[in-house]
Design a protein around this ligand. Sequence first.
Ligand SMILES: [Cu+2]
Length: 167
Amino acid sequence: MDTQKKSANIIILIIGVLAVAVIGAYFIYSRDFVEAPRNQVPPASSFDAPLKTTPLAPPASAPQSGKSQPAPPPPSPKPIIIEMTLQGFSPASVTVPVGTTVRFVNRDSVGLWPASDLHPTHGICPGFDSQGPLGPGETYEFTFTAAKTCPMHDHLHPSLRGVVVVE
Ligand SMILES: [Cu+2]
């Protein structure tokens, strides 16, 4: 008799636990009815799962849309600008990595002519020579492709001096 009562109590207990589980599952399903994983019953993980999967639905940075990604800045550095006047180069000395393009801008009202030393042959950094005067506002660009120190001057006013250190 006692064992029958005990087993009956155990059955009632099990039924109670199941009832609690069913009620709990009902609440979980009614909350996560959107796309609730029907096979997922564990309450703890079913609360976490929708929170993690919902933000993934609108692909913020999904790799699938590779073409719409904003182009990252290319490795080429932006040009260095050196302004020229009858006062000289500004800045008069720059240090740049190999491959840098330097843009010389005439900020004066007279012709200016940036060129590599030595005046007048301009042979220290071959090619670094505007090959003629820059008018007011005009620019000349040269890309320094070798690691080298390039002293420079204004070919029309050789006392105006500067240096581009390429490293
Ligand atoms: Cu010169």
